[in-house]
Each structure stands twice: as structure tokens, then as C-alpha cells.
Design a protein around this ligand. Structure first.
Ligand code: SAM
Length: 212
């Protein structure tokens, strides 16, 4: 067990420097597989399960808590998982870096699962999903690629929903129109935070958006 701060301030200067991410053919055994990126992947447990279950997808987790990322990377190496990778940093700074833009153009889907603790209005700027992040995704994501959001905080959900739908390149995707077997998570595996929310009978708010 490692002691760790639960929240870090994403605006701290410490996160201005971003990890350079190697090309897909270096980080994955088969770079041609569809790519799913999970923002705020924490210890990576959810992605390890997905990667073991679905060897027809590549998964990349981005997480701002460095120790968690280092442990997850070590596990990837030890267990020789070819379709999983992790990167440390503030997700916006990584995506905004010219050398990392290929990640946005390559992804088939991206998830924000219970993304952050910054639900108070005064902390708007620390939130992961904000207009500048959505603009970045909107300008480079492929047509028909998907955004998945999920949270147990209604105010944060409304803010994320409003921010995404304010961008005219994204539309809500009706879940009935989605074939889950073809998504990054065909068995609807749950993240740790989602399991915690269910155990505590919290409401879970979720939506899927498609790039048009
Ligand atoms: C509440 S936890 C949820 C973890 C996991 N997604 C789940 O559902 O169990 C949110 C995670 O997002 C990470 N995070 C917050 N802001 C971030 C940012 N700007 N870039 C990358 N990760 C971030 C936090 O460090 C934390 O691990």
C-alpha cells in the first residue's frame, strides 16, 4: 500500500511539463487496433481488466498522480501487456502538446469516469472537462469517435454535458443506438469509483457523445 494524496491541483506548475508519449507502434504490440483513452485512470485497475478481456482494443490511461502511473507502468512491463499503456500528467497539457496531438486524431473513444473532485464553482478552472479541452478534442477527433462521461455529482455532470454540447461537433448518442459489443467496454466493466457509488446507492449520471 502506498500513501498518496487523493487530489492534486492540476494547475500547479509541476504539470506544465508533459511526458513525451512515444508513437503508437512503440507503445502497443499492434498499433492498428482501435484506441481507447481513459482520463483520470488512477491505479489503472479498470484498464488492466479491459485490456485482458479485449485484446482487440488498445488502451491508454492518463493520470495526474505520478506514483500511480509509475506503478501501473511497472505492472504493464512485468505482466507483458501489449495493448495497454499509461502516461503521467495533466490530460489537457498532454493533449495540447504538439507532439501528442496524434493521440487525439488516433482515438476511437475517450472516457471521463468520475473525473475529478473539483465540483465547486470556484474550482471550475481545475476541472478536467472545460471548453478549451473540448475544443481541442473537437478540432482533432475523427468523425464518429465517441466521448463517454460518468459521474455521481449532478452539478459536475450538468457542467460537462453543457460544455460538450456547446460544441457543435458533438451530439448526444442515444444508448439504444450503440452496440456495446463494438465499444471499448463490451461487458460494461465498472471502475472502482463506480463500484463505490453503487455500494453507497449514489445516483450515477452518464452520457455518450459522438463526433459528427
Ligand atoms: C475520482 S478519481 C476516479 C478514478 C477512476 N476513473 C474511477 O472511476 O474509479 C479521479 C481521477 O482523475 C485524476 N485526475 C484529475 N484531474 C486530472 C487531470 N487534469 N489529468 C489527469 N488525471 C486527472 C485524479 O488524480 C484521480 O485519479
Amino acid at each position: 500500500m502506498i500513501a498518496m494524496r487523493q487530489h492534486v491541483n492540476p494547475l500547479s506548475k509541476h504539470f506544465n511539463e508533459v511526458e513525451k508519449i512515444s508513437p503508437l507502434n512503440v507503445i502497443f504490440s499492434d498499433p492498428q487496433l482501435p484506441l481507447h483513452i481513459d482520463i483520470g485512470s488512477a491505479s489503472g485497475e479498470f484498464l488492466f481488466k479491459l485490456a485482458f478481456e479485449n485484446d482487440n482494443w488498445n488502451y491508454l490511461g492518463i493520470e495526474i498522480r505520478e506514483k500511480l502511473v509509475n506503478k501501473a507502468k511497472e505492472r504493464v512491463r512485468n505482466e507483458g501487456v501489449g495493448n495497454l499503456s499509461f502516461a503521467f500528467g495533466n490530460a489537457f497539457n498532454i493533449f495540447n502538446h504538439y507532439d501528442c496531438r496524434f493521440l487525439i486524431t488516433s482515438l476511437s473513444s475517450i472516457s471521463f469516469n468520475f473525473p475529478d473532485p473539483w465540483f465547486k464553482k470556484k474550482h471550475n478552472k481545475r476541472r478536467v472537462i472545460q471548453p478549451k479541452f473540448i475544443n481541442l478534442l473537437s478540432s482533432s477527433m475523427k468523425k464518429e469517435s465517441l466521448i463517454f462521461i460518468k459521474t455521481d455529482i449532478k452539478e459536475l455532470f450538468d457542467y460537462m454535458d453543457f460544455t460538450i454540447l456547446s460544441d457543435l461537433n458533438f451530439e448526444e448518442l442515444n444508448k439504444r443506438d450503440l452496440n456495446y459489443f463494438q465499444t471499448f467496454n463490451p461487458k460494461k466493466l465498472r471502475t472502482n469509483r463506480e463500484k463505490h457509488a453503487i455500494l453507497n446507492q449514489l445516483n450515477i449520471f452518464e452520457k455518450i457523445y459522438i463526433k459528427i
